[in-house]
Design a protein around this ligand. Structure first.
Ligand code: HEC
Length: 206
């Protein structure tokens, strides 16, 4: 099972890198997006955590400009990883996995179970280059809508917020086509209500 996942990730990671590169070009003159980086620095858990701590306030301020109520205060939610980890499927960034209180069973979900409506999963990110430059990255959001609200995406809403708070795409709002690929990939884990969860070596119980 795990190995299948990994193979799928690798195959799809290239596609994603390309998509993110396109996104980067589209908004290049708006800000220093640093959407995807080619050579993410290899950091220990301690180093990654320290870099992240140095950015948390700036990240919170940036994402807050998107005025998305459902991710306000996400940094106070339960976090399911013990240190930021590189996500090949999200542009080779270092990411964290937060879930709001409504998503109480995110960490323990068994096959066939689902998260309740109102669950919000927020994955913030940072990029760290070989030269040691650290930048806030995009925020990836999944929100479980009420039953029947979005049949095409199994009632999940996907949003990508850029570090300056601009919304890159929202499956229920602006530029929905730009984020349609989110659900396409998350469909691989339909039996876990479309959530992949955190790589084993970074998991913490919550
Ligand atoms: C190529 C596959 C792929 C694509 C495309 C993708 N994801 Fe993910 N997503 C994953 C994987 C794998 C994980 C869990 C491991 C990790 O964090 O990298 C994940 C985790 C998440 C999580 C944490 C919840 C969970 O699944 O455990 C959120 C939130 C999320 N993705 C949002 C998004 C959004 C928003 C987009 C589109 C902008 C997106 N994802 C695109 C593969 C993908």
């Amino acid at each position: 099972m795990t190995i299948d996942f990994q193979q799928n990730f690798q195959r799809t990671a290239t596609a994603i890198a390309l998509l993110l590169a396109c996104a980067n070009m589209a908004i290049a003159d708006e800000q220093d997006a640093h959407l995807a980086i080619e050579n993410p620095a290899e950091l220990s858990k301690e180093e990654a955590e320290a870099f992240y701590r140095s950015l948390t306030r700036r990240m919170a301020r940036g994402y807050a400009a998107a005025r998305l109520d459902m991710i306000r205060n996400y940094q106070n939610w339960p976090v399911f990883n013990d240190a930021p980890y590189i996500s090949a499927t999200h542009g080779q960034r270092y990411v964290n996995s937060y879930a709001n209180r409504m998503a109480h069973n995110y960490g323990t979900l068994q096959e066939g179970e689902a998260l309740p409506a109102g669950s919000v999963l927020a994955k913030d990110s940072m990029t760290v280059t070989d030269e040691g430059n650290v930048h806030p990255g995009a925020m990836f959001v999944m929100e479980k809508l009420r039953e029947g609200a979005s049949p095409d995406t199994a009632d999940w809403r996907y949003i990508m917020v850029l570090p300056d708070g601009s919304v890159f795409g929202d499956t229920t709002g602006n530029r929905s086509a730009a984020v349609a690929y989110c659900h396409d990939c998350h469909e691989q884990v339909a039996d876990r209500d479309y959530t992949f969860f955190v790589p084993e070596e970074y998991r913490v119980a919550n």
